[in-house]
Design a binder for this molecule. Structure first.
Ligand SMILES: NC(=O)c1ccc[n+]([C@@H]2O[C@H](COP(=O)([O-])OP(=O)(O)OC[C@H]3O[C@@H](n4cnc5c(N)ncnc54)[C@H](OP(=O)(O)O)[C@@H]3O)[C@@H](O)[C@H]2O)c1
Length: 256
């Protein structure tokens, strides 16, 4: 028996990268998985891969910006797999726009997916979790949530909002049996970081990152930032005078 045995886990952004990796990992540890993303073919392929390993998975196509579609997907998972024990709100997109070129529609898209998409996902599961008196909400935020970074205004804003939102949710849900884990990863090798020429400090292999994320959820951590080297630098930067922070970070863009 593991923490994941017979748990029903809903994962948004499950068609690739971290979401797919976490789905395979927790399925291997005995969970039944509700897979949500927009690319149907990839989700079906992944569901097949999980079923071939003797676990159960259901694929539901939805855009996390569509609250009704997310709720319908969660209903399908509940009907076919059982009550949802863990939500992993992972769906997200990256950006690399200089502030001068950042179109408001693009910023709205990033915030719509990365932040409001997670709100839609929580809304689709939390009333039932509270009613049952058990459940865990996990958010895949980012170390980019802590301070602004160059060419990342929309992304940093979306992740800062996401982390604050989940922190508030955690406080509201105190004593309900439903807890929250906010994960702040650094750079991980996925489609989101592929093709970037800029130097990404402490860039991690996907498998290593997946194991750390799964362990943090399993241990019931309230927040978890990794890799520790970059997390320490980011935390130290929060104590830095603003002008020094701006000078250092301006010289070290992580995006072209
Ligand atoms: N890679 C990193 O270095 C890194 C670091 C910190 C945090 N993160 C965060 O980790 C999460 C996963 O990213 P990743 O690196 O694994 O990138 P990825 O491989 O590009 O995965 C992103 C996932 O989000 C889904 N998605 C995007 N827009 C969606 C929408 N509107 N509705 C539903 N699903 C949507 C994608 O599926 P479809 O396109 O099929 O919909 C895909 O499954 C993101 O929130 C990202 O911000 C990544």
């Amino acid at each position: 028996m593991t923490y994941w045995t017979n748990k029903v886990v809903m994962i948004t952004g499950a068609s690739s990268g971290i979401g797919k990796g976490v789905a395979l990992e927790v399925a291997a540890r005995g969970a039944r998985i509700g897979l949500l993303a927009r690319r149907e073919e990839l989700l079906k392929e992944l569901a097949g891969e999980i079923e071939a390993r003797n676990s159960k998975a259901v694929a539901a196509t939805a855009d996390v910006r569509d609250a009704q579609a997310v709720r319908a997907a969660a209903d399908r998972f509940r009907n076919e797999l059982g009550p949802i024990d863990v939500l992993i709100a992972n769906a997200g997109i990256g950006t690399s726009d200089h502030a001068v070129e950042l179109a408001p529609e693009h910023a709205a898209k990033v915030i719509g997916i990365n932040m409001l998409g997670a709100v839609n996902s929580v809304a689709a599961v939390v009333p039932e979790m509270v009613e049952r008196g058990q459940g865990r909400l996990a958010a895949i935020s980012s170390l980019a949530a802590y301070r602004g970074l160059p060419k990342s205004a929309a992304y940093c804003a979306s992740k800062a909002a996401l982390s604050s939102y989940f922190e508030s949710v955690r406080i509201d849900l105190r004593n309900t049996g439903v807890d929250v884990t906010i994960v702040h990863p650094g750079f991980i090798k996925t489609a989101l970081t592929a093709g970037r020429e800029a130097k990404m400090p402490y860039l991690m292999e996907l498998d290593d990152a997946v194991k750390k994320i799964v362990a943090a959820i399993e241990k019931g951590k309230k927040t978890y930032a990794f890799p520790w080297q970059l997390a320490t630098i980011v935390r130290a930067s929060m104590l830095m005078p603003t002008s020094l922070y701006d000078w250092i970070v301006h010289r070290n863009s992580f995006r072209e």
